[in-house]
Design a protein around this ligand. Structure first.
Ligand code: SAH
Length: 271
């Protein structure tokens, strides 16, 4: 009995030695990392925004908790938060404004338009519950930031923008970052993009007065659409629209929001 214990005791001791070597190696690595100025553990020196992005994700989670009484969801999925922690938002900001890139607020991107608040980008992405095989239609490419977030989670992203210079800039940025599953078009998103329909998910990032019929038609049965509706300077509501398998529509109000108005055929009226 006592003999049979000996080998196991020596194995435990061997394991202890291996563990303490591993711990020493890890501590040494951490000590070296802490000597490198301005580099957060886990960040590469080539990514000076890693720490700001991590802090932005914390703010998004805090805002999600604060808004839970309205949205009914106190937390966003790990997948969404993980992507928000990876996409370089500073690459989609007007040059010179990068220091504000990871603030949890919208910023001007020129042409009278804005890049949406990070929490809203995260919430709308979460509502779509994207799968890696999904085809997504986005109306309002704007800076291209939301497009990049979608492109990380879905198979193909089709994005329509009505302001030509914005569409051109976004296309260049997305291509420079290697998003080869993004397809952009200049046009009025009120008509959707029929050529590539039907879509598993649709996201609209400008406020229309009502959900455009063409977008409902281009959504797959079982598909989801996140869309703000309401007057241009009035109360707008972000809705989650689901298309049932029988083609019927269910719309759920999620959160009061403020988006730039839809222009073109779906122009939000001023009352
Ligand atoms: N997701 C973008 C949001 C940009 S703001 C971002 O985070 O950067 C909304 C965008 O919708 C603007 O760029 C605006 O030009 C665009 N837009 C407004 N009406 C449109 C329409 N009818 N068709 C396509 N894009 C439209």
């Amino acid at each position: 009995m006592s003999w049979s214990h000996r080998p196991s005791i020596s194995r435990v001791r061997g394991g202890d030695v291996a563990l303490s070597i591993l711990r020493a190696a890890r501590n040494l690595a951490l000590a070296i990392a802490s000597l490198m100025p301005g580099v957060a553990p886990g960040a590469s020196p080539a990514d000076p925004y890693a720490e700001q992005r991590r802090s932005m994700v914390e703010k998004i989670s805090a805002t999600a908790r604060d808004a839970a009484h309205e949205t009914g969801r106190s937390a966003l999925s790990e997948r969404t938060l993980d992507v928000m922690g990876r996409v370089p938002r500073h690459r989609f900001i007007i040059p010179g404004d990068e220091s504000a890139a990871y603030d949890n607020r919208p910023l001007s991107i020129g042409s009278g338009q804005t890049i949406s608040q990070p929490y809203i980008v995260a919430l709308m992405t979460d509502l779509l519950e994207l799968n890696a095989t999904d085809r997504v239609l986005e109306i309002g490419t704007g800076s291209g930031y939301q497009t990049a977030v979608l492109a990380e989670l879905a198979w193909q992203v089709y994005s329509v923008e009505i302001v030509e210079p914005l569409a051109r800039d976004a296309r260049q940025k997305l291509s420079a970052l290697g998003y080869d599953n993004v397809h952009t078009r200049v046009g009025d998103g009120y008509e959707g993009w029929a050529e590539h329909a039907p879509y598993d998910a649709i996201i609209v990032t400008a406020a229309a007065m009502e959900v455009p019929a063409a977008l409902v038609a281009q959504l797959k049965p079982g598909g989801r659409m996140a869309i703000p509706t309401g007057e241009r300077d009035g109360i707008q509501m972000l809705h989650l629209v689901r298309k049932r398998e029988d083609g019927g529509i269910e719309s759920t109000p999620v959160l009061q929001v403020r988006f730039v108005p839809f222009t073109g055929k779906g122009e939000a009226r001023r009352r």
